[in-house]
Structures are given as C-alpha cells and as structure tokens.
Design a protein around this ligand. Structure first.
Ligand SMILES: [Zn+2]
Length: 423
C-alpha cells in the first residue's frame, strides 16, 4: 500500500528523518563566466554546438531505430563510430573530438536514468535549447587574467576567447562547459577545492515551511515573501510566444523572435537563482541547523491532465498550482541551502511532511478543520497563529520527536481529504 507522496505507508513515514551532513570538505563547484567572442569565434562556436547536437541526435537515432538483436550500441562503440565519421566528414573533423564524445556520454547517462526510472526516454536535442558542449580534459584548455575586468580562456582549435573576469577560480578546474543561451555565450568552469572542516555550528536551529503564498515561513515567526519570477514574466512571455507563433517558419523574423523568447526565459531563471541565493545565505548565516519538510516536488506536480486511463480533475487549477510550485524553485533552494550550511559547519535535516500543516503547535491535536486560509485556529485549544509559522514549528519539532499524535489520527485526516491537494 502506497501512501500519499509515494511513501510506503506505515513503514518509514513517521520514523525516518534523513540527515544530510557533509563531512568531507572536498567541494566541487562551478563558476560561470560570460564569454565575449569575436563574431568569427561566435560563428565557430555555433558550428561546434551544432556538431555536438548532431552527434547526440545521430547516436540517439542509432540506439533507438537501428537496434537489432545482436547489434549493441554503447559509449565505446559509438565513440569509435564518431572517429570513423570524422575521417570522412570535413566539417566534423574541424570540431574538437572531446565535446562530441561527451555528447555520447550524456546520451549514455540519459539512457541509464531512463532505465532506472529516474527520467523519461531521451529525446532529440533541439537547436537553441541545448546549445552546449563540455571539454572534459583540463590539458586542452586554460584560463588567464588580462586586466581587472578582462580575462580569456583558451579552447582547443580556436585559441584565446575573451571573457568578463569577475573572480579567480579558487581551486583546480576539472572541466568546462561552453554554452549559448538567449544568444549569450558563457563558459562554466567546474572546479574542485578542498577546505578545512568548519567547526560545528552553535547557532540556533530553525524549522522552515515552504509554501506558495509565503515562500518560506520560519519557526521563529519570520516570513519570506515569494519572488514568483515566472508568474511576473508570464504575461510578457505569453505575448512573446503568441508573436512567435505568427512568424513564418524559417524566416529571419522568426529567428529573432525565438531569441527574444529565450532571453525572457533566461531573465526569469536568473532572477529566481538570485532570489534563492539571497534567501538561503540569510538563513544559513544565522542558523546552525535547518529542518525542512521532505518534499517530493516531482510527485506534487505530477501531470495535472492525468493519463488517458485516469484523466485528472480540476486540471486548470492544478496546472496553475503546478506552475507556482515549480516557479518557487524549492528543490534548488534545498540544494543551495544545504551547501551554504555545510560550509559554515551547519547542517540540513529533512523530515516527513505529513500533517505538519494540520497539527496544532501548541497542543498537538491534528485536525484538518483547524486551518482556514492563511490562519491556523486550533479547534481543540483555540491556539491561533499564522498557518505556515505553525507548520514550521511542527517541522522543527519533528527533527527529534516520535510524532505520536500525528499517527493516531491518520485515517481521519485522510478522510478529510485535505492532504490530497495535488495528488
Ligand atoms: Zn491546539
């Protein structure tokens, strides 16, 4: 029997608290520089990402359409075929071989993820959506600084390409990814840096409830308003996409409009990332441990429309809620907060989310009726508080309590139907 959010009922729902605590301090992080290629260099890079995409799509078609019993395709065999192809095709030979091989590696990983049930089947890459290539060998590239604001990166077969220098990389660069998004070229340098184990933090512990109307409610009463970057940009995005739909296929006006849409998307994601970093650094600086409810965002936003056999109900509302859930960036918030805490000797604790919003933080009684809108009025003891703050206190307690009252009224809460908000 599977409970909601995919927990096997009765086995781990109330007893397991997953503790994420990084002991090793060999950090792998990335820094993204903005590239300033000359028009010629930009054209070459454009050809290269095209070749990488071509390789990925060809390898995918091979595995998908040319498969016969006894004929096997894998990373090594497909890399050999790329080498053979490069001997015959001039424009493919002009592209460094490593990014082409990495495309096959990406495909290989996409297949592994599909087979393991972590992702759906790999699909063809599209121009403008996956314009990126990875250089895995540090021997083939290098960085240097030219002036206060200027640096360059040396790429194989292309030479030095200017970039905006905004910081030095504090470790050894392991690989780089050159990408184009919304017409802007960037190079992401992934580096490894070893830092001394920070002393365990002695700062206070806090529970956080994540929500849509309030981005994060802290158990000490603080509320962080949501940015909802996607929602704010929705109108202009819709307009831009409508204009795009009216452009003639293959026209240069269409290409320009595609770029405008991509730039809007890039802007939204930059704003969201900025917000998440600011929110998480503020929390990480002032707390030694943070307790979060373990959310399975993927289950929560599972297709509103449902499947053919099981069509969904309230499709419109649900897809709207899905959009706001994804717009919050809860998953990214958890990841960012986790490493910011770890760097300061703090830790992130995740606890089961069930009934934290229906439990009274004062007397412990669980009742779906206690919650009305943004307020929490306990039907048992009359305690009144902001609903999310009340939930945050419950989450904080759950980090080290057995949660007995919750278990006792399990069935009643299911009947009340309130927990199936986005099932
Ligand atoms: Zn109460």
């Amino acid at each position: 029997m599977i409970g909601f959010f995919g927990f096997p009922r009765g086995i781990c729902l109330y007893t397991v608290a997953v503790i994420v605590y990084t002991v090793s301090m060999l950090l792998r992080r990335a820094h993204v520089y903005r590239l300033c290629p000359t028009p010629d260099q930009a054209a070459t890079l454009g050809c290269w990402v095209g070749a990488v995409r071509f390789t990925f799509n060809l390898a995918l078609e091979q595995r998908r359409d040319w498969y016969r019993p006894g004929r096997r395709f894998n990373f090594a065999s497909q890399c050999r075929e790329v080498t053979a192809l490069r001997a015959e095709v001039d424009w493919l030979r002009d592209v460094p071989v490593h990014p082409l091989q990495q495309a096959i590696k990406d495909l290989d990983r996409a297949y592994q993820n599909w087979w393991a049930g972590r992702a759906s089947a790999p699909t063809l890459r599209k121009r403008g959506m996956n314009d990126a290539m990875r250089f895995p060998d540090p021997a083939t590239f290098s960085f240097r600084r030219l002036s206060r604001r200027l640096g360059e990166v040396k790429l194989p077969k292309l030479g030095w390409v200017r970039l905006r220098w905004d910081r030095a990389i504090p470790g050894t660069v392991k690989n780089i990814t050159v990408a184009r998004r919304g017409g802007i070229w960037t190079v992401a340098a992934q580096y490894e840096v070893e830092i001394a184990d920070p002393a365990p933090s002695t700062l206070p512990v806090v529970g956080i409830d994540r929500g849509v109307t309030v981005f994060a409610a802290l158990s000490d009463g603080a509320l962080i308003a949501p940015l909802s970057a996607g929602k704010k940009a929705l109108a202009s995005l819709r307009r831009a996409q409508r204009r795009l739909a009216r452009k003639k296929r293959g026209s240069s006006n269409r290409r320009k409009q595609v770029r405008r849409v991509a730039r809007l998307h890039a802007k939204v994601s930059a704003a969201r990332r900025d917000f998440l970093h600011k929110a998480s650094i503020a929390i990480a600086k002032n707390h030694g441990a943070v307790v979060l409810e373990k959310l399975q965002v993927r289950n929560m936003v599972r297709s509103a429309a449902g499947t053919v056999e099981k069509p969904g109900r309230n499709v419109r509302q649900k897809s709207g809620l899905n959009r706001s859930i994804l717009d919050q960036g809860w998953g990214a918030f958890r990841t960012i907060l986790s490493y910011k805490l770890a760097q300061r000797g703090g830790r992130l604790i995740e606890v089961p989310a069930a009934y934290t919003s229906q439990t009274c933080a004062e007397c412990g009684v669980v009742d779906a009726g206690s919650r009305s809108g943004v307020r929490f009025y306990c039907t048992s003891c009359g305690h009144s508080a902001h609903a999310d703050t009340n939930a945050a206190i419950n989450i904080l307690r759950r980090a080290d309590s057995a949660l007995l009252p919750v278990e006792a009224s399990h069935e009643r809460a299911v009947e009340a139907g309130t927990i199936r908000m986005v099932a």
